[in-house]
Design a protein around this ligand. Structure first.
Ligand SMILES: [Zn+2]
Length: 359
């Protein structure tokens, strides 16, 4: 794997991850780009003890209802058409988001009154292009390509964990217009947060109170493997299962059998075993209703400093589609009270997904 760091016209970093060592990455970004927006401001909610990022500048970001390759900013550049990626081809590429929620570019942040502390949204947001093929999807990537994406995720996790003020690195993919995704090109994002996220705090708190026999996440995995009814698929290194108390109509958690805190800690064998298993689960998702499944795929990694011994790397995948024509919306109970009601039994969801696996 060859890694090449370059810079875009406005100074943002762009990193090529190439399978071939002789890839030419000298192409320059010739666009005229305006100044980069300043970081969001963070405001503390004393009622929930959570930080909320105020990113007003994001209202102006690119919106592409058509999403055709001819105007896609994530496709490689072509003669007469400059995109975010100056090269005319690439394997995997990562670059700093032009309209980030978190960045190292601070403005001025004033006291806003009320019982809220305000501080700059320090950190970083990056975009990961999984392939140069506009019409592909993660589910159709080759195992080699998935492994290259994983190398990029691991590289970025290690690098961003070393950035001052960063407390947690989150690699994720939002897919589908139903999730609000504005670009059709297969891509994901990486957020480097200046705090430990609410969800991770909850999970690690539960892990610290767990009475054993082992680590909470390891015990959940062992119990799901023993029960078997919700296991979708597994191989030597990974198991994919629908959690017993799934919140979403179709939700699959993918755990490595050996506990590691984050993506950089995965062995080569673990990484190689992940690719075929995960893409088969994604294809099963798409097979359920014969229509593209909108989903969120979220890597849960250990924070940079806190609770690393308790944390357990895993991927949580879920969709808001519950039937061919029906989406699950977060309404009163979920949005106002955080109290989820799931319309699909996890055992039934697992059975449906198993029936869609490639044979
Ligand atoms: Zn594209």
């Amino acid at each position: 794997m060859k890694r090449t760091i370059t810079h875009l016209a406005d100074g943002r970093e762009l990193i090529y991850f190439d399978r071939r060592d002789d890839a030419d990455r000298s192409a320059a970004d010739r666009r005229e780009l305006g100044p980069r927006p300043v970081a969001s401001e963070l405001r503390y909610d004393p009622l929930t003890e959570e930080w909320i990022a105020m990113a007003g500048h994001r209202q102006t970001r690119t919106f592409q209802p058509k999403g055709t390759a001819a105007e896609c900013p994530l496709c490689p550049s072509a003669p007469g058409r400059d995109t975010e990626i100056p090269a005319y081809d690439y394997d995997v590429v990562v670059f700093e988001n032009r309209f980030p929620s978190f960045s190292g570019n601070f403005g001025t942040y004033e006291d806003v009154g009320g019982l809220s502390e305000v501080r700059p949204g320090a950190g970083r947001c990056e975009v990961v292009c999984f392939t140069s093929d506009h019409d592909s999807s993660f589910s159709r990537l080759s195992d080699d390509q998935v492994e290259l994406v994983m190398e990029a995720w691991a590289d970025r996790t290690a690098e961003l964990s070393a950035v001052e003020g960063v407390e947690q690195v989150f690699c994720f993919e939002n897919r589908g217009s139903e999730i609000g995704i504005t670009l059709a090109h297969p891509h994901g994002q990486i957020y480097a947060y200046p705090y430990v996220t609410p969800r991770t705090k909850l999970n690690l708190g539960a892990a610290s109170r767990h009475k054993g026999p082992g680590n909470l996440f390891a015990d959940v995995l062992a119990a799901e493997r023993a029960a078997g009814t919700r296991v979708v698929t597994s191989n030597e290194h990974w198991t994919a299962f629908v959690p017993a108390a799934a919140r979403w109509p179709f939700e699959v958690h993918v755990y490595p059998h050996r506990q590691v805190p984050d993506l950089p800690a995965l062995t080569e064998a673990q990484r190689a075993a992940f690719a075929p298993l995960y893409t088969s689960v994604l294809r099963a998702f798409d097979g359920l209703f014969g229509v593209v499944m909108p989903y969120i795929a979220a890597w849960h990694q250990a924070p940079v400093r806190e609770g690393r011994d308790l944390a357990y790397l895993r991927l949580e995948l879920f969709s808001i589609r519950r039937a061919p024509e029906k989406l699950k919306y977060l309404a009163g109970s979920e949005s106002a009270m955080g109290a989820f009601v799931n319309d699909v039994l996890p055992e039934e969801a697992a059975r449906m997904l198993r029936s869609q696996l490639d044979h």
